[in-house]
Design a protein around this ligand. Structure first.
Ligand SMILES: *[C@@H]1O[C@H](CO)[C@@H](O)[C@H](O)[C@H]1NC(C)=O
Length: 348
């Protein structure tokens, strides 16, 4: 080989590499700040929200993204009482995670945690892949626990966005009397005490509790959408990544700000706006980014709070004092141990 050829081959190899791995796409993104407006058709959303809430049958504009998988279990009695429910846990659970659901019912999902606060817990599931045995167990579980919402789409990781949509659809239609919803995955630790404290003064939690005089007034914050927020995150153009997204699907250089999907709170009003906005937003495979787009479109302010941990906060008794939610509790025994300890310490 002559000496001149070698750099040339390297160049070809480099170009091929950049092309095949998708990295070249970084060079062709559109500036988010200059070009991003709305994801999906742009219509003034407020009139649509009003029409939808008034009955929804005469909506002028056709939705682009609807949830139309029939329900197998709607658990309609969960919200049938006249009483107002202060907090509802809507737990996104994988169908096979029977033990995690049990761990949650026996810890933070326990509905009678406080005698004077109405709390409810439901689990949302898809269908198993032709596995009758699993479905039988779910049937039995629902008979005993009466807290399963199930709809007829395949329960798989890739269908996560459908499940998120389902959570919004179900709560929108079945739970008018709930003040706040916590949407949360089944591998989280949650402190019921802290979320209730947070809801009293979301912007001032936990500092307001450290003052000497604690006023226990419940300020109802009707436009709340809170969790751990990412700002200026960039789409990944590396084809081997689990979060790869091509330029064809999403051409912009950044994602809109979004709240991580593992745990977030919504007030009933924000939920309604988010739901209606979401049926006018094109679906994308990342459910939390999707909700960020939806919130932006609806003009809903997202509130960042660091006590929603999207990773696992290292455990120690004192360190969990103000934790509202933490990811990474795959083992139900560990969850129950941590929760009991925190409850004894007055933090859960
Ligand atoms: C998602 O659910 C639909 C409806 O059941 C199914 O046809 C599809 O294969 C599922 N997708 C994945 C990736 O599991």
């Amino acid at each position: 080989m002559s000496r001149g050829r070698i750099p040339w081959l390297w160049l070809v190899a480099f170009v091929l590499f950049v092309y095949l791995t998708g990295l070249y796409q970084y060079a062709f993104t559109w500036s988010y700040s200059e070009y991003y407006t709305d994801w999906g058709p742009t219509h003034p959303l407020q009139p649509l929200i009003r029409q939808y809430k008034a009955g929804g049958e005469y909506i002028q504009v056709r939705p682009v993204n609807t949830f139309d998988y029939p329900y197998k279990y709607t658990c309609a009695e969960k919200c049938s009482s006249k009483e107002s429910i202060r907090l509802m846990y809507v737990v996104k659970s994988a169908i096979k995670n029977f033990d995690k659901r049990m761990g949650i019912r026996n810890s933070w999902g326990f509905e009678k945690r406080f005698s004077d606060v109405e709390i409810k817990t439901v689990f949302i599931l898809g269908l198993s892949d032709g596995d009758n045995h699993v479905q039988k167990l779910v049937d039995k579980e629902n008979e005993e626990q009466k807290d399963i919402i199930q709809a007829s789409f395949l329960d798989s990781y890739m269908n996560n966005s459908i499940k998120t949509m389902m959570g919004l659809h179900w709560t929108y239609h079945y739970c008018q009397n709930v003040k706040y919803f916590l949407f949360v995955d089944d591998d989280y630790y949650v402190s019921t005490r802290n979320i209730l404290r947070f809801l009293r003064k979301p912007e001032h939690y936990p500092q307001y509790l450290e003052k000497h005089v604690v006023q226990a007034v419940n300020e109802y914050q009707d436009d709340l959408y809170a969790g751990y927020m990412f700002h200026g995150a960039r789409p990944i153009r590396w084809v081997f990544s689990r979060w790869y997204i091509s330029l064809d699907v999403y051409p912009y250089s950044e994602w809109p700000p979004y709240i991580t999907g593992g745990a977030y709170v919504l007030s009933r009003k924000s939920l309604e706006e988010l739901y209606v906005s979401c049926i006018y937003t094109y679906s994308i495979p990342f459910d939390d980014v999707f909700l960020g787009m939806v919130a932006k479109k609806a003009g809903i302010k997202q509130l960042h709070h660091k006590e929603f941990y999207y990773y696992k906060r290292l455990y120690d008794v004192e360190g969990y004092k103000w934790v509202i939610a933490s990811h990474g509790f795959d083992d139900p025994k560990e969850l129950q141990r941590v929760w009991s300890e925190q409850r004894s310490a007055g933090n859960a």
